[in-house]
Design a binder for this molecule. Structure first.
Ligand code: AGP
Length: 614
């Protein structure tokens, strides 16, 4: 959570910082702030969005300076107000810090510093850290780089920081543990970001700091990379980024979420590129090829993840058990890491994450690794911490997802997991050849099928209008559609603040049916094949209690059309592909309800895109 941005070079730092903050706002939007140095150090910050911060910069004179830091906050310590906003200054006013993460021992450090005469304006752990660095710098008479390193050796917690020292105004010191930090290298200029989006239009050369690494970035001496604990100098690995700037712009859509929903045919094409070349050729996922023996001999496969990625994991369980005939478990990373799970060397753990930075998933990976499990990651963000912590894995290649509510990343996750299950099933001989051929043929047409589903956009919008006042929703699905019902409910609650519950359709009669009356909208996924007739019976039960039924059905289904109050058709397809398609109208429904309620669709209250705190 929190986005950090920095610049040092010849350009006007303000422009880079404010644009960078807009792009990083998905990481937190409780408050924001900027520090600029132009002979004098100036800090402006405010509660609220980056647009509120911009208002403070009406005067062009205030925007001067070629070096600066910016921060957009997701509040952890202390309420989201101006005082707790970053950047934070040290007591002398010489040092300035921006921080993403949590310093767990900040209270103990604050007590020590208070005894030495420091005082604190904010409730934040970050203000403690900048003063701790100042105390070390002064008492040990060392330069900023060394002071930061010595301070971080005493710190417990997670951080991506950038620190500026007024007495050496051509340098910024950065460091990372747990939270992400990318450095863009230009011609005699450097950029800092929680991800590369603030500098994509300026440079493609990027260094991702690893945990326990720090970079002293100086306009005079260049960039020096050091290991924090051992204090060794490291050779920086400069990556050539493949992202483009369009990915992080809205491209004419009202919201990123809508753009990302409509991008799904292309995203899935990218997920399948080079992997599903043609139905007549074998699936090619190189990490599966290389780790096939591990999969074959595995006793058990465990998916770990959070939120939407957990829903993808649940569908993964259904796909893998069906096509591989191996025992599969699905775990919330936050529960898994704090229990004492039985894990051994014959287990394969599959963490799934869009951001690749989710703190609980990362911690669960580390724990499973210690216990000898083989870790196969599924991530969207290239070079992310989870991608680097796992033994091997596969990228979803959904492209940048900016909307806090995950849409295209989820669709790519479930499409990829199905492809993996088909590949493994074929290699293990656990799937009937005819069935394999049938599914693979349909799967290779998935982008076109998604395109067809997206054409129901307007109809979904019309249906959405009727429900903007509904306080509750139920989502029901059986079999492969159950994880989609959960995801549909999550999507609605996170962006429209309508309370929604997902249930296996058959569970309804064990409790939730008590909620049904004429004021309860019930979304039922009821495509042909699978448990179709059983779901029809569930729909009849809802109808008998006057619930308002919104049914997601296969094209041409006259039976449900005559019963449901509203229906949305998706192309008829194999029952393993149907959940991928059924999820799309649910995304659109949530989007249109939230948009009509005037909610902040891309930045829902209290949420952040990557949850880098426990
Ligand atoms: C998605 O809409 C959510 N905002 C959230 O549940 C998210 O899926 C979860 O935090 C996991 O994130 P990850 O995939 O980046 O690990």
């Amino acid at each position: 959570m929190c986005g950090i941005v920095g610049y040092l070079g010849n350009k006007k730092a303000y422009n880079i910082l404010i644009n960078g903050l807009r792009r990083l706002e998905y990481r937190g939007y409780d408050s924001s702030g900027i520090m600029l140095y132009n002979g004098e150090l100036s800090v402006k910050k405010t509660k609220g969005k980056v647009s509120d911060l911009e208002v403070l910069y009406k005067n062009e004179n205030d925007k001067r300076g070629n070096i600066g830091l910016g921060h957009t906050r997701w509040a952890t310590h202390g309420p989201p107000n101006k005082i707790n906003s970053h950047p934070h200054l040290s007591n002398s006013g010489e040092l300035c810090i921006i921080h993403n993460g949590i310093i767990e021992n900040y209270d103990a450090l604050r007590t020590v510093l208070k005894r030495k005469g420091y005082d604190f304006k904010s409730d934040t752990d970050s203000e403690v850290l900048v003063n701790f660095i100042e105390e070390i710098k002064k008492s040990k008479k060392v330069k900023l780089g060394k002071a930061v390193r010595l301070a971080l050796k005493e710190v417990v917690g997670a951080y991506a920081i950038a620190v500026f020292d007024k007495s050496n105004p051509s340098e910024i010191v950065t460091a990372k543990l747990g939270s992400p930090l990318a450095i863009g290298i230009g011609e005699s200029e450097y950029y800092i970001g929680s991800d590369p989006s603030p500098f994509l239009e300026f440079t493609k050369k990027c260094i991702y700091l690893n945990d326990y690494e720090m970079a002293i970035i100086s306009l005079k001496k260049g960039l020096i990379l050091r290991e924090i604990t051992k204090d060794t100098i490291l050779d920086p690995f400069i990556e050539n980024l493949k992202h483009n700037i369009e990915e992080v712009e809205k491209g004419g859509y009202k919201h990123f979420m809508l753009k990302e929903i409509y991008e799904q045919p292309q995203s899935v094409t990218d997920t399948f590129r080079g992997r599903l070349i043609s139905p007549s050729l074998p699936i090619k996922i190189s990490s599966i090829e290389k780790s096939f023996e591990k999969f074959k001999s595995a006793n058990r496969i465990i998916f770990i993840s959070c939120g939407t990625s957990w829903h993808a994991s649940l569908l993964g369980e259904y796909f893998f058990e069906e096509l591989l005939r191996k025992p599969v478990e699905v775990e919330y990373a936050s529960e898994f890491r704090y229990r004492n799970p039985v894990i051994n060397e014959n287990d394969i753990i599959i963490p799934i994450s869009q951001s690749g930075e989710t703190a609980d998933t990362l911690a669960a990976i580390k724990m499973a690794k210690k216990r000898g499990a083989f870790l196969y990651g599924i991530c969207n963000v290239v070079g992310s911490s989870i991608a680097r912590e796992t033994d091997t894995g596969v990228y979803t290649h959904a492209g940048s997802e900016i909307g806090v509510a995950s849409t295209k990343a989820f669709t790519c996750q479930i499409s990829l997991i199905l492809l993996m299950a088909l590949d493994l099933g074929k290699r293990m001989n656990t799937i009937d050849e005819n069935r394999y051929q049938r599914i693979i043929k349909e799967l290779s047409k998935l982008p076109e099928l998604i395109e067809r589903v997206l054409s129901i956009g307007e109809k979904t919008e019309r249906i959405a209008k009727k429900f903007i006042k509904s306080p509750n929703f139920l989502y029901l699905g059986r079999g492969y559609h159950f994880p989609i019902a959960l995801e549909g409910a999550l999507k609605l609650k996170e962006i429209s603040y309508i309370h929604a519950e997902g249930y296996p359709a058959a569970e309804m009669k064990h409790g939730p049916i008590a909620l049904i009356d004429k004021n309860m909208p019930v979304v039922v996924i009821a495509t042909k094949k699978g448990n179709y007739q059983k779901v029809v019976s569930n729909i009849m039960e809802i109808k008998a209690r006057e619930g308002e039924i919104i049914a997601i059905v296969s094209e041409g289904d006259k039976e449900i059309e005559s019963i449901a109050n509203h229906f949305i058709e998706i192309p008829e397809c194999d029952e393993l592909i149907a959940p991928i398609l059924a999820n799309i109208p649910l995304q659109l429904l949530s989007y249109h309800i939230a948009e009509k309620k005037d909610c902040n669709v891309d930045q829902p209250r209290n949420l952040a895109k990557s949850v880098t705190v426990e």
